[in-house]
Design a protein around this ligand. Structure first.
Ligand code: HEC
Length: 209
């Protein structure tokens, strides 16, 4: 992205943010992402689903199949929500979003019924954004309150305790852009070609989904 385009795109992004259109389309449940969450510690930083319900949900340890739904559907996420609110052992998962639970339920469904789990093919930007959300969950706090594209710039906008953070990826020059005041990026800034390329390949190597 050349400098003048940059000056146009980021202000328009900030205007979009300030208008506060928070719409955020529902995504299809993603069992591959559910598998990642199955092995991700909750707020304690220690326990994860797999610790109590099995390395995979292939057997019905502690009734986890109550979230599997039937073979023809994508699982039953509200069984997980219900367990999170009633099982003390699971209180620490209260920050999981509806979309997280849909992904987890679809993973439990896929394992129980022997469906294949194919990681969706993501663009470089989606891969990077997903990875950044896992690496720095307090800065790029999923789910994004907004995501989209302005010209060649794909972006996600995050809201953390009233602060707006954002990640961008410009397909024109493949640079990553960051807005994160608490992280030293008070204004949107590109990370440079070398750093951007390195982060994009690191996120791919991490198997981001
Ligand atoms: C520290 C242990 C622990 C962890 C971690 C844990 N659970 Fe549970 N879970 C339990 C216990 C205990 C029960 C209740 C089992 C029973 O009723 O016999 C339960 C019940 C459930 C149920 C059944 C609810 C119902 O309808 O009866 C589901 C579904 C479930 N857990 C999903 C999950 C998922 C998904 C995760 C990860 C996000 C998770 N659990 C993490 C201990 C845990």
């Amino acid at each position: 992205m050349n400098f003048s385009a940059t000056r146009v795109l980021w202000p328009s992004l900030l205007v979009v943010i300030s208008i506060g259109s928070m719409s955020h389309g529902a995504l299809a449940a993603d069992p591959a992402r559910g598998q990642v969450l199955w092995n991700k510690p909750g707020l304690s930083g220690v326990n994860m689903c797999s610790d109590c319900h099995g390395v995979t949900p292939s057997t019905n340890v502690s009734k986890v199949w109550n979230a599997s739904g039937s073979r023809s559907d994508q699982g039953f996420p509200s069984a997980i929500r219900n367990a999170i609110s009633t099982q003390r052992d699971m209180f620490e998962f209260s920050d999981l979003t509806d979309s997280d639970l849909a992904d987890l339920a679809s993973y439990i469904n896929a394992i129980r019924y022997g469906k294949s789990i194919t990681p969706p093919s993501l663009t470089d930007a989606e891969c990077l954004f997903n990875w950044a959300e896992i690496q720095l969950p307090t800065v790029f706090k999923a789910p994004a309150v907004q995501s989209g594209t302005i010209s060649t710039l794909g972006y996600r906008v995050y809201s953390v305790d009233g602060t707006t953070n954002a990640l961008g990826h410009d397909t024109a020059d493949s640079q990553i852009w960051v807005l994160a005041p608490s992280f030293g990026f008070a204004a949107p800034a590109p990370l440079g070609s070398a750093t951007s390329a390195s982060l994009l390949s690191t996120s791919r190597a991490a198997g981001c989904r």
